[in-house]
Design a protein around this ligand. Sequence first.
Ligand code: ZN
Length: 435
Amino acid sequence: MDTQSLNEAFFNFLTASPTPFHAVSAMAERFRSHGFIPLREQENWQLSPGNSYFVVREDGALIAFSLGSESPAAAGFRILGAHSDSPSLQIKPRPDARNQQLHQLGVEIYGGALLSPWFDRPLSIAGRVSCRIGDTLQTLLLDFRQPLLIIPSLAIHLDRKANSNRSINAQLHMVPIISHMISETFPDFKAILKDQIAREYPEKNAAEILGFDMFCYDWQPPCLLGLNNDFISAGRLDNLLSCFVGMQAMLEARGTGSRMFICNNHEETGSMSATGAQGSFPLATLERIIPDVQSRQISLSRSFFISMDNAHGGHPNFTDKADPLHTILLNHGPVIKINANQRYATSSFSKAVFQLLADEVQVKTQEFVMRNDMACGSTIGPLIASRLGVPTVDVGAPSLAMHSIRELTGSSDPSFLHRIILHFLNREHLPGEKR
Ligand code: ZN
């Protein structure tokens, strides 16, 4: 797939995926339409070599896998990983507030969101609701797809130090406005959700909304940007870029080996959940594919894991925030992330494997280390590596403004990563493979 078509498909995926639940639903749809067989955790699995499958754990996680002609117990898996969530504002259970004749919705901060970019921006709402319909309890995805909310800044006239010294109180200052209350009675948030259910699911008449996980998101769609369309500007690049590349490579792969794509939720809050990378989902799935312990351990010892999550590019206005020997450039190839203290799972061996794969498809790579005087982030790589015991490399597309409502990456960066990942899945034997 050429860079332009890949970016178009990526933008469609981003637009369809305002929340982890939507991202997983969009991925499940793509896998299903490409012949992957849906599995349910609640049922027995009958798996056969040569077939492809996917399983969704309801709460924003998905694992897809293809079984090669050689038994995975003997040959191992090529494993990809990414996370489905992004920092956001999640609407509180009882959000309705009234102030200055304005109806506002209280929000919690989800993950390590950079708060200032959320101001003065048209926001929409999406997520899922659990409701009583007849005598059943049903969970429905909702996406308003319209500008509904805004968090206005405080004018500079009322805070003359705003440009040098404004701090944000997340409880007081981050409360979006949804409407102007002309009358005393106004629809509360549950009534607004009920109306949206009627619009998106006209056949369903929700009797009562019992719970919801609703998030605010940037209403502006993704776009190419720059004089030569040099960049991609979009929300949720971290980490839907990696989800998209992983999904796309799984759909296109034609290699004879077994392969797996693990997409976890809750990375932005520490991965400790039933669907997070610290949860049971990856190992539970592998246990069902290879029930015998000896065979599973042999398989895992012959497997290799590429953990994908975006990396920090060098910021032209903050050059002192990057290690001067490890400058990362947009549009210059995927970043291999290295940390002496195992915040990333990359080793010299796993790095070499990734670099060899990149060389073979003529894509450059870059090496990131955090400065010693700044704290290093982490990702799903070390979590899954420590649970599965698989050689792992942490990589990602270079980006700026990570955890802003709108992030920036190079317009060639999804394509560079995709080329290496597809080659990883297709290559008959891995460089340095232990058999
Ligand atoms: Zn991430």
